[in-house]
Design a protein around this ligand. Structure first.
Ligand SMILES: Nc1ncnc2c1ncn2[C@@H]1O[C@H](COP(=O)(O)OP(=O)(O)OP(=O)(O)O)[C@@H](O)[C@H]1O
Ligand SMILES: [Mg+2]
Length: 345
């Protein structure tokens, strides 16, 4: 056991709901004190993983170890785990204060200590002035903060956060993201965090785990996963817009049996570039623009560029892919081809 508690290990976890297999042989390690972000398309099994760790559901097979101990026989309220649900799940008949204190009362935390924790958590998340409100008297974003505060007051060794920022507006989301990172830094507690948001996936976590159809596809530091996606699924999921993928190589260079990929930011506008394309649409995002282009052979390429590109739909242009940023995947297996195999360069 390490100095901090809260190490989680999932071993060949499998879970089916009737004919739907939500998780297939999932192996995943969360280090003590780590903030691990889980991403993946809707229905990929993210919430299922959290529910199994929290003890709200049982796996069909496989093991869940917390600090080396199999928790199969430990009921949810005995696990040192606090979960923030995707839909907040606040008690509607209790005020914010009541919601914060409820879990502590069940666990017989002395009243003064419980009050202290509730106040500290409410202040930390900027909801101290809402303590006497009921859930239906608050906005979605406020409810979400209450749900986060309710997890904080439990002072668990593991936090499981299921899209805890999903219904916040952009500014609050940014601020709460910083709060969450500060909480993690101050408490040093293990956190597993689920998100759909590309920016959160990249910024809010020591490591990123990409899930697809109930399988873990890749785990690693966010930038590494972004720079070297292990397979076509990860390449097509991370990034907004995602990586351009061309089966057979096509305009990116003939590569039979392979699929070549290039990220939108790795395609430069260059009058002498080797790729000819026409702008189909322009997405102006203020700080940058995304050009949706089409090549004469029908290949579509998204290009990220500065906002003052001066191009309109219908304009012709030439593109140059960064040769050091071309990704190669086996079309059949989807697996990344590495340099060691003699395929890169
Ligand atoms: N209680 C249940 N009964 C039946 N099927 C379920 C149940 N819970 C989850 N599933 C199915 O298991 C799969 C994984 O669901 P899960 O909720 O883990 O997905 P998710 O990755 O959290 O998706 P989202 O991003 O939409 O929240 C889905 O196909 C879902 O329909
Ligand atoms: Mg979910």
């Amino acid at each position: 056991m390490s100095a901090h508690p809260g190490a989680i290990r999932l071993e060949t976890l499998t879970k089916a709901y009737g004919s739907v297999t939500a998780l297939h042989d999932v192996d995943l390690e969360v280090r003590a004190g780590e903030l691990l972000t889980l991403v993946g398309p809707s229905g990929s099994g993210k919430s299922t993983i959290l529910r199994l760790v929290a003890g709200l559901d049982r796996p069909d097979s496989g093991r869940i170890l917390v600090d080396g101990t199999d928790v199969a026989q430990v009921p949810p309220h005995r696990r040192a785990v606090a979960m923030v649900f995707q839909d907040y799940a606040l008690y509607p008949h209790l005020t914010v204060r009541g919601n914060l204190l409820f879990g502590l009362r069940v666990r017989r935390v002395p009243r003064a200590e419980a009050d202290r924790r509730a106040r500290a958590a409410a202040e930390r998340l900027g909801i101290a002035d809402l303590l006497d409100r009921y859930p239906d008297q608050m906005s979605g974003g406020q409810r979400q903060r209450v749900a986060l505060a309710r997890a904080l007051v439990r002072e668990p060794t593991v936090y499981l956060l299921d899209e805890p920022l999903a219904s916040l507006d952009a500014q609050l989301r940014f601020a709460t993201r910083a709060d969450l990172l500060a909480v993690h830094r101050d408490l040093g507690t293990t956190m597993v965090h689920v998100t759909h948001d590309q920016a959160e996936a990249m910024t809010l976590g020591d490591r990123l785990a990409v899930l697809d159809a109930g399988r873990v596809r890749q785990v690693g530091p966010p930038q590494q996963v972004y720079d070297e996606p292990a397979d076509l699924v990860v390449a097509g999921f991370l990034g907004s817009p995602p990586m351009n993928l061309v089966p057979g190589g096509g305009v990116l260079g003939e590569a039979p049996g392979l699929t070549l990929g290039v990220r939108p930011e790795d395609l430069a506008l260059d009058p002498d570039g080797p790729i000819e394309a026409t702008v189909e649409a322009v997405e102006a995002l203020g700080s940058e623009a995304i050009l949706l282009t089409r090549c004469p052979d029908g290949t579509r390429l998204a290009v990220r560029t500065g906002p003052r590109h001066g191009l309109r739909a219908g304009a012709g242009l030439r593109l140059r892919p960064d040769p050091h940023r071309l990704h190669r995947f086996d079309t059949e297996t989807g697996q990344r081809r590495r340099r060691a195999e003699g395929v890169d360069e």
